[in-house]
Design a binder for this molecule. Structure first.
Ligand code: TMP
Ligand code: ASP
Length: 234
């Protein structure tokens, strides 16, 4: 499919127009950033791997009745998606305490969170994507009551689909980040789900199988992304 004009460029993806105004092309780059782009690098073929992993996971979620922006995989690095208006929130679901939660609250790393914990972050690079409460979200008018309720319900449903899926492939879904958008008044899941946006630990060895390898300079980046793709595709 012909790529039209560049509508948006993020840290890991570009979004292009298509001849159909209701659809866009998501192009996955190899660029990796961390700490609000203070750390930059590339991971060989990450874009290809993340496109394939996201495709598989969106297909799985669509089959489970969760509305997503995914339409079809177009090429190695391109996904056709519904053209949404993005809600300026990152929705994080956590099954174990780690990352920023541990830093913020001083919890033990790896602590089981039952029930899972949901957090909202304001998508605003200038402010370093701060954690926001539901009252902050109302104050900033980032989402109305119905949108908030739907995001929470969908995020927990997605956790209920993805957790057993990853478990059956030997991976613990520690936490993940979602972005939602409106498509013709319907709230649907957008963006991507990949080792860039999830934390995945090998169930047997505890080995880190996600972007924390880049954030923490743990090495074996390409191999790890390829390993997750292999397991997700099996
Ligand atoms: P955190 O522990 O750093 O808050 O991250 C929670 C989850 O969100 C983790 O799976 C990584 C993901 N994440 C992103 O997808 N993008 C980001 O910019 C950040 C900070 C985290
Ligand atoms: N997306 C983050 C950034 O702003 C990095 C991260 O995922 O930690 O660079």
């Amino acid at each position: 499919m012909e790529r039209g004009s560049l509508l948006y460029e993020g840290k890991a993806k570009k979004v292009f127009a298509t001849p159909n105004p209701d659809q866009v092309i998501q192009y996955f780059k190899d660029d990796a950033t961390a700490f609000n782009a203070q750390k930059r690098g590339t991971i060989f073929e990450k874009g290809i791997v993340n496109n394939k992993i996201s495709t598989r996971l969106f297909e799985l979620l669509n089959e489970a009745g969760i509305p997503t922006h995914f339409v079809e995989e177009l090429s190695d690095r391109e996904m056709l998606a519904k053209h949404v208006s993005i809600v300026l929130l990152e929705v994080v679901v956590r099954n174990r305490a780690t990352g920023s939660l541990v830093k913020r609250l001083g919890l033990e790393d790896g602590m089981v969170l039952d029930p899972p914990l949901l957090e909202f972050f304001y998508k605003k690079d200038e402010l370093n994507d701060p954690l926001v409460t539901e009252d902050h979200i109302r104050l900033l008018k980032l989402a109305d009551e119905s949108c908030l309720a739907q995001m929470k319900t969908l995020a927990f449903k997605i956790n209920d689909v993805l957790t057993p899926f990853f478990k059956s492939r030997g991976m613990l879904l520690v936490d993940f980040k979602l972005e939602f958008g409106f498509y013709k008044d319907q709230l649907i899941l957008a963006d991507e789900i990949s080792p860039d946006t999830c934390r995945l630990w090998d169930i047997k060895s505890g080995e880190i199988l996600d972007k924390d390898r880049f954030r923490k300079d743990l090495g074996r980046l390409e191999e790890t992304y390829q390993e997750v793709l292999k397991r997700v595709s099996a």
